[in-house]
Design a protein around this ligand. Structure first.
Ligand code: SAM
Length: 346
């Protein structure tokens, strides 16, 4: 095992079979060694800074029917909403005054959020909140659409690949959704010039250790600037309601591995990790993550953006949330910084 960890540390690369062995034969001791190495690498590049991203959940209306997701089209119990441009801007203005310098617009795939609409929004945010970065997470769109959004000033785009294995992808999605298209979207985003983020759920239904190893190999080869991973958590009104949640332990282990594959990657300690374990976000940082994404969405819509059961949502105001997170990070020896937090190309 230690030979594999050292090889990974030196070459940032393993074979799929080696990744499988790294996952399968893990122990608390190997997890400790990996986390120690991951934190060392992360500190060499990003010090003890934690970047914050203000998440604005712009709407939960979605044309897709992903089997795991609480806002899937077929969930008739989901109370739908969409924020208007002024509401979205208000979230950014408040975040800006609190020191946020990245805003993430995430939502379901909804044709209301047309290219013109989003481009206008990006331009307004950029002029009202100077020095800020805009990240989009609005799902699959055409290459032309991505290009327009980039030209309007969007800096980053998050689109989790969900799984790098086509037949696993087909077990998580309805037949009309395409693995090939998702991968093509990711390639287009990168080609256009976005800082691009991929990622996957840990412990999603039907996931095998081999699938996880394939995800790691995909990350190694795709070289994303960002990578979002978090445990799968069931949602009561989806076909996967009765499946078990993914583990925080394996998520943290994989965060360390991903940091060693890609030392500069922007790696969030996710809300899903904070949902399965009360101190999950701290453990994520201590495993090598360097980003947290507090919610700036208006309080009245937060419970409606319910991707999975018991999604962590304090109900507190943005300022109080940020203070709490600051304290949590300070307690483990890190500090939240007011910075765009771009990818460092080292
Ligand atoms: N529609 C956009 C997209 O497809 O990229 C962005 C929104 S989507 C809800 C954001 C992410 O939430 C997905 O990429 C998925 O990995 C995650 N997610 C959805 N349901 C989840 C669940 N039950 N447990 C954990 N994560 C989940």
């Amino acid at each position: 095992m230690i030979d594999l960890i050292e090889k990974l540390e030196k070459t940032h690369s393993l074979t799929v079979e080696e990744y499988e062995r790294l996952i399968e034969s893990r122990s608390p001791e190997t997890a400790r060694i990996l986390a120690e190495k991951a934190v060392k690498v992360r500190k060499e590049i990003y010090g003890n800074s934690v970047y914050i991203r203000g998440l604005v959940e712009v709407g939960n209306i979605c044309r897709n029917d992903c089997l795991y997701c609480g806002i899937r089209r077929s969930n008739k119990k989901c109370e739908r909403y969409r924020l208007n441009a002024e509401q979205i801007l208000d979230c950014c203005r408040e975040g800006y005054s609190l020191g946020f310098r990245t805003f993430v617009f995430q939502g379901g795939e909804d044709s209301y959020f047309s290219d013109d609409y989003i481009c206008e929004l990006i331009k307004t945010v950029k002029s009202e909140c100077p020095g800020s970065a805009v990240t989009l997470s609005l799902g699959e769109r055409s290459a032309e659409s991505y290009k327009k959004l980039f030209e309007a000033g969007a800096d980053r785009y998050l689109l989790r690949h969900e799984t790098a294995n086509k037949s696993h992808y087909e077990k998580l999605h309805p037949p009309e959704m395409s693995f090939v298209n998702r991968m093509e979207c990711l390639n287009n985003l990168k080609k256009i010039g976005f800082q691009t983020g991929c990622g996957f759920m840990v412990g999603s239904p039907f996931q095998t250790v081999k699938n996880l190893a394939e995800d790691l190999k995909f990350i190694e080869e795709f070289k994303p600037q960002m990578c979002g991973i978090g445990p799968f958590i069931p949602h009561r009104d989806t076909p996967f309601a009765s499946y078990e949640a993914g583990s925080a332990e394996l998520t943290c282990y994989l965060l360390s591995v991903i940091r060693l594959i890609s030392p500069s990657v922007l790696l969030p300690s996710t809300t899903a990790l904070g949902t399965v374990l009360p101190n999950g976000r701290e453990l994520g940082i201590l495993s090598g993550a360097n980003v947290v994404m507090p919610n700036l969405s208006p309080n009245e819509v937060r419970s409606k953006y319910e991707l999975y059961n018991n999604k962590l949502s304090s109900g507190a105001e943005a300022a109080a949330n940020k203070r709490e997170l600051e304290e949590r990070m300070n307690n483990i020896g890190y500090r939240i910084v007011s910075d765009r937090g771009d990818y460092k190309n080292i």
